[in-house]
Design a protein around this ligand. Structure first.
Ligand SMILES: Cc1cc2nc3c(=O)[nH]c(=O)nc-3n(C[C@H](O)[C@H](O)[C@H](O)COP(=O)(O)OP(=O)(O)OC[C@H]3O[C@@H](n4cnc5c(N)ncnc54)[C@H](O)[C@@H]3O)c2cc1C
Length: 435
């Protein structure tokens, strides 16, 4: 199974996945853009970033055209683990070191807003996406225990965040029925959902608010100016503002962003549906879980009680050899009761990683906005990014600028050099995960 970027040719369908087979939001046709159109804002990319931006802009009265190269939710948003988490892809201490405590506190508060916003949007737009609360950060090694406790203490002391509770022994087994973890932090303000239905629900809400959505419409070029002109195979959008929500696939459109994110594929399997009794012997309270390794594994139960289990990385876009067997073995080791359970689905998606793993928000010039590089931690933040870009375009840019102040370095070298460097770095962390 390969993970490919959207093509510039005919409409590329979403990859086969359990998500695709359980779509519950009827979006209706979004025909390719044909001819020349005018809008206040052209949004490029139909993931959570783009759909949220389109929704929030349309709600503010802007005319919006959204271009999606393939289908809405074709990218990471329609394939992800579906975990909805406060915080960033990097430790908040990284933000503190770069920007100081007060700015880091603002960013942390906004990351909590991102989670609340997700729930609010689901409620307000009646999006059927199986939102559930509860999340475990599980220690795998003894050193993780002290690291996780220090994380909880720092968040309580400096950020007033009290949603983390340390669990071990029987208290932990009430939430995850395995002996694999010496302990875990339970987080009540985090949860999980069906990411493709959530993305489609946002798109539907954006359209209801007046945004025009076009699938099969890759932006091929942005002719910069005032206004900009975004070219697609059969048309163009002339717009005062451009919002880029293409995450792992932007750099060819905007050369200034070259090297700021690195793509890596991540993989998920979904088992057959489990009986209620069996599911209760895996995750009795329906929490999601990630382990504390740098190259982490994560899992949760779906709305129809499948175990949706993710992990493993690839930098070639091609599935690592023996992936299925390794995933099977991991599941059986954690939960012997699931030995031999059928795997119904397996799919992969592209994560966009920044060098420091903090998300990369900013502008090129005054009127081209971007939000990318969530580093595997974007399901909630991407929704907030859309809100913040709409706020900034409407003239209130303080909150967007708070994120944009985060310094980012480029990955050295071009794409060909960048990949081996990231492989090296990740191999180092994989080794460290074993210690
Ligand atoms: C396997 C996997 C598991 C993950 N698990 C989690 C998780 O559990 N929790 C979490 O918080 N995060 C997770 N993530 C990360 C999260 O999914 C992303 O951070 C988030 O979805 C990014 O949203 P986005 O809208 O910015 O990008 P995307 O969803 O990737 O959307 C970008 C869209 O832009 C389109 N596009 C690209 N180029 C063009 C163009 N030229 N013209 C028009 N359209 C274009 C693409 O087709 C795509 O639909 C995971 C990611 C993956 C891949």
């Amino acid at each position: 199974m390969s993970v490919s970027p959207p093509s510039s040719g005919s409409l590329e369908r979403r990859p086969a996945s359990w998500y695709r087979d359980s779509i519950a939001v009827a979006l209706g046709p979004c025909p390719p853009l044909a001819g020349e159109v005018r809008a206040d804002v052209c949004v490029i990319g139909g993931g959570v970033t783009g759909c949220s931006a389109a929704l929030h802009l349309a709600e503010r009265g802007y005319s919006v055209v959204l271009l999606e190269a393939s289908e809405i939710g074709h990218g990471a948003s329609g394939r992800s683990g579906g975990q909805i988490l406060p915080g960033l892809g990097t430790d908040i201490a990284t933000v503190e070191r770069a920007l100081g405590l007060s700015a880091a506190q603002d960013i942390w508060a906004m990351s909590r807003e991102a989670v609340a916003l997700t729930a609010e949007l689901i409620g307000r737009h009646a999006i059927p996406c199986d939102l559930a609360w509860g999340y475990l950060h599980a220690a795998v090694k003894p050193r993780h225990v002290s690291e996780l406790k220090a994380f909880r203490d720092r968040l309580a002391r400096d950020y007033g965040y009290e949603a983390l509770t340390w669990l071990e022994g029987d208290a932990l087994r009430e939430r995850v029925v395995t002996d694999a973890y010496p302990g875990a932090l339970h987080e009540s303000e985090a949860g999980h959902l069906h990411p493709l239905n959530y993305t489609l629900g946002l798109a539907r809400a954006a359209r209801d608010a007046g945004a025009r959505l076009h699938e099969g419409s890759p932006a091929l070029d942005i002719q910069r100016g005032a206004p900009h002109r975004v070219m697609t195979p059969e048309g163009s959008v002339t717009a005062d503002f451009v919002v880029l929500g293409t995450n792992a696939f932007q750099h060819r459109l905007v050369p200034e962003l070259e090297g700021r994110v690195m793509r890596a594929a991540n993989y998920i399997v979904a088992t057959e549906p489990l009986s209620a009794e069996r599911a209760a012997r895996v995750l009795p309270r329906n929490d999601a879980l990630s382990d504390a390794n740098f190259v982490l594994d994560y899992y949760r139960l779906s709305g129809d009680r499948r175990l949706v289990y993710g992990g493993e990385v690839s930098y070639t876009g091609r599935e690592p050899r023996g992936l299925q067997a390794r995933m099977d073995a991991k599941i059986a080791r954690l939960f012997p009761i699931l030995r031999g359970v059928a795997i119904d689905y397996r799919w992969g998606g592209e994560v966009a990683i920044t060098l420091n793993r903090a998300p990369d928000f900013g502008r090129v010039g005054q009127t081209l906005y971007y939000a990318q590089g969530y580093s595997g931690h974007g399901m909630a933040l991407a929704g907030l990014a859309g809100r913040l870009m709409a706020e900034a375009i409407a003239g209130q840019s303080e909150r967007f600028d708070a994120f944009a102040a985060m310094p980012h370095r480029r990955f050295p070298g071009g794409e060909r050099l960048r990949t081996p460097l990231l492989v090296l770095a990740t191999s180092f962390y994989k080794l460290r995960d074993r210690l």
